[in-house]
Design a protein around this ligand. Structure first.
Ligand code: ADP
Ligand code: MG
Length: 697
């Protein structure tokens, strides 16, 4: 965070023992890392509740009073420590289930303290489990907001409870304020109404008031977002100016012939717009790096095909990579059906392509006779060489890692144009932080004639009702997916597994009246394919599956999606699964089956699914429930971790920061003016290694 990084061990009051613990528990090794250990909350020592005021609805409470009695209760194996606490208006119990011995030593009777914690009311009896305890506001403390730091048992034992940390924070702050690097010049700060770094650090730890705290937070969050955005915007600019992209000047026969004669439907306005955006990109001579976001069923595949035809028209090859074999195979079949009559050569390459076919594909790729290669990540293997790859499309890109995507870049000396597609709507703030270096297109319109998918939530004890419903749908000629979360029985989780469910279904829907297909991850690819085929051809009315069918599968006659143990699925998964139906013109349904006992998160997820079909709205809820890191998978979570800023709560600051960065790069792209060189220095020092100059596609 700055030029001078002093080892924390030398800070006053630390020493080797505490330094080792800080390193171990929080990876804090330098004074500046220590300063970034921001309080997670502040105690407002002017705001107390009285015990008499507490109600069942009281949640987090702060009370001033004293402990009058301490006792250890329970069996020796399940001991708990109970302290009686009074503030003169009544009594409550403070309870510790863990660390009783250690806590007991630290409790003082009849001494004024402040407790803070979550109030528990059980049978009319009020208690606070594991409260935080601190001293009341003393007169010499200037700040009414006292910082509360996260700490651990280990640190606490070394005297580094929140208070201990605060004490060291004070002295480190005083000692280091002059050594902090300030990336933003006074005039830059003036324009954007930002306080200085030193001021911000002082106030984040020891705010004089809420107002000071807000100013400090604002400045620190701004800085966190600023350098992420700067890196991405710069990369984007640099890619545009320095990476030569292939010029697809022509809109030629392949495209036009297909568009006029083989397009199976009229494109939606949104599809037309995105195709146009792609066309604009690829003819500029800069490399295209475009993300197409479109909800499930919005028709991304055809957009990808049209882009690939542009490549072919200009003498290039194109490739489409999908995350699963099922999806790649399906893409191959549906695209081949469209391409064959138009005389375009297309092939499929996956992990299970046999050696002979593989050899043919390699050969035809290199002699240029193969124009489009569809596949799984098998196609990024080094043995796969193109004669001249002009466009790489990555479907369901969130399923791939950055590294896998980057490999596609290296298929040519000159990187191909890259079109990444995702059906997982991403909240705007996330899209901006993760894909700030991409151009983004949104297909925000579904093909015409789609009816909303009726979604309902059913407890599994109402299974008879469900079976009746399924029978009626099958009689109408519809097909049904039933999705289970697990393949094998697990002893710890009481999940209905696929095979058990399958057995039950065979009883409820007996042959020969009914035919049931089944697909799961453990099956051989060809068996999977066979079962998919059986279902796609209408030979089976029911498809029992695990989440392998989550992405991309497209069988329009399947109009009912039943999700078993729906409470076990994440929101985006539920949304993806539901997207498998509602693809035809019939009424379609999604039935979420769950047990009766639901966690509050699970309830929110199911309610959200029933309430809305809007992928972006669902994504927002998902991000709130899970946090951005988890939502995008662990691969990307590092990139989304900020010390203070939050993508869930600080969308406004992120937007503002982005505008500031865009303007800045427009005015002074090289950051060379005196006003901006401190930004550049800071950025190079900090982020060069972390982000490198390498590209992220
Ligand atoms: P996704 O965006 O989920 O990948 P697909 O590309 O699989 O969606 O398209 C979903 C279905 O909608 C396919 O059956 C496709 O043929 C159909 N489709 C796509 N675009 C249109 C359109 N403009 N009009 C009618 N049907 C369309
Ligand atoms: Mg798709």
């Amino acid at each position: 965070m700055s030029i001078t990084q002093h080892p924390i061990v030398y800070a006053s009051g630390v020493g080797p023992d505490r330094a080792a613990a800080l390193a171990e528990e929080f990876s804090i090794r330098t004074t500046h890392q220590f300063l970034e250990h921001y309080p997670f909350r502040y105690v407002d020592k002017t705001q107390y509740l009285s015990i008499a005021q507490l109600t069942n609805q009281s949640n987090e409470v702060q009370i001033k009073g004293q402990i009058t009695k301490v006792e250890e209760l329970g069996s020796p194996r399940q001991k708990r420590l109970v302290a009686t606490f009074s503030d003169g208006t009544g009594f409550i119990e403070l309870v510790w289930f863990k660390g009783a011995k250690w806590v007991k030593k630290s409790l003082k009777l009849q001494t004024p303290i402040v407790i803070y914690g979550k109030l528990n009311v059980f049978n009319g009896k009020k208690s606070i489990p594991h409260p935080e305890i601190s001293a009341p506001l003393s007169n010499e403390v200037s700040s009414a907001l006292e910082p509360v730091y996260s700490t651990t048992d280990k640190l606490t034992r070394k005297g580094l409870n929140s208070k201990g940390l605060a004490k060291i924070m004070r002295s480190v702050l005083t000692a280091e304020l002059d050594t902090l690097e300030e990336p933003f010049s006074a005039s830059f700060r003036g324009v954007h109404k930002l306080i200085s770094k030193a001021q911000a650090l002082e106030w984040i730890h020891f705010p004089l008031s809420r107002k000071h705290l807000d100013a400090a937070r604002n400045r620190i969050k701004f800085e966190e977002f600023f350098f992420l955005q700067l890196t991405q915007q710069r990369n984007k600019m640099r890619n545009k100016s320095s990476i030569k992209g292939y010029k697809f000047k022509e809109v030629g026969d392949s495209f036009l012939n297909f568009y006029k004669n083989h397009l199976p439907f009229e494109l939606t306005g949104a599809q037309k717009r995105v195709v146009k955006e792609v066309r604009m990109d690829v003819r500029t001579g800069a490399q295209m790096n475009r993300l197409v976001q479109g909800d499930v069923g919005s028709g991304k595949t055809i957009v990808a095909l049209l882009a690939m035809l542009l490549a072919i028209d200009n003498g290039f090859q194109a490739t489409l990579m999908a995350p699963t074999e099922i999806l790649a195979t399906q893409h191959y079949h549906s695209l081949n059906e469209l391409c064959e009559p138009a005389g375009i050569h297309i092939a499929l390459l996956t992990g299970s392509t046999n050696a002979a076919n593989r050899a043919v594909i390699h050969q035809r790729l290199q002699d240029g006779s193969l124009q489009i290669l569809i596949g799984t990540h098998a196609l990024i293997e080094p043995t796969v060489k193109f004669a001249n790859l002009g466009l790489a499309v990555i479907d369901e890109q969130h399923r791939f890692g950055v590294a896998q995507r980057a490999k596609l870049w290296k298929k040519n000396e000159n990187p191909p144009h890259v079109l990444v597609m995702t059906a997982t709507p991403i909240p705007r703030t996330l899209a901006m932080s993760l894909y700030g270096d991409l151009d983004i297109s949104v297909i925000d319109e579904l093909p015409p004639g789609r009816k909303p998918i009726q979604t309902m939530h059913l407890f599994d004890k109402n299974r008879l009702k469900l079976n009746g419903f399924m029978q009626r749908e099958i009689e109408k000629g519809r097909q049904i997916y039933i999705v289970f979360p697990l393949i094998e029985e697990s002893e710890t989780l009481d999940l209905k597994n696929l095979s058990e469910g399958y057995e039950q279904l065979l009883r409820d829907f007996p042959r020969p009246t009914y035919q049931i297909a089944a697909v799961h991850g453990r099956m051989k690819a060809e068996d999977k394919q066979g079962e998919m085929q059986r279902f796609a051809a209408g030979k089976a009315q029911i498809m029992v599956a695990t989440t392998v069918i989550e992405v991309g599968v497209n069988i329009p006659n399947a109009s009912v999606m039943v999700i078993e143990n729906a409470e076990r699925f994440g929101l985006s998964q539920l949304h993806q699964l539901r997207g498998r139906v509602g693809r035809g013109s019939e009424n379609s349904f999604c039935v979420l089956v769950s047990s009766f006992k639901l966690s509050s998160d699970a309830k929110t997820r199911l309610e959200t699914m029933v309430r809305t079909q809007d992928g972006f709205e669902i994504a927002e809820v998902d991000m709130k429930l899970r946090g951005p890191g988890d939502m995008m998978g662990t691969r990307q979570s590092g990139q989304l971790e900020f010390k203070l800023a939050s993508l869930v709560q600080d969308g406004d600051i992120l937007n503002w920061t982005r505008e500031v960065v865009e303007q800045l790069l427009m005015d002074d792209p090289q950051l060379n003016t005196p006003n901006h060189c401190s930004i550049k220095e800071h950025w190079i020092r900090l982020y060069k290694h972390q982000w490198g100059w390498n590209r992220i596609s």
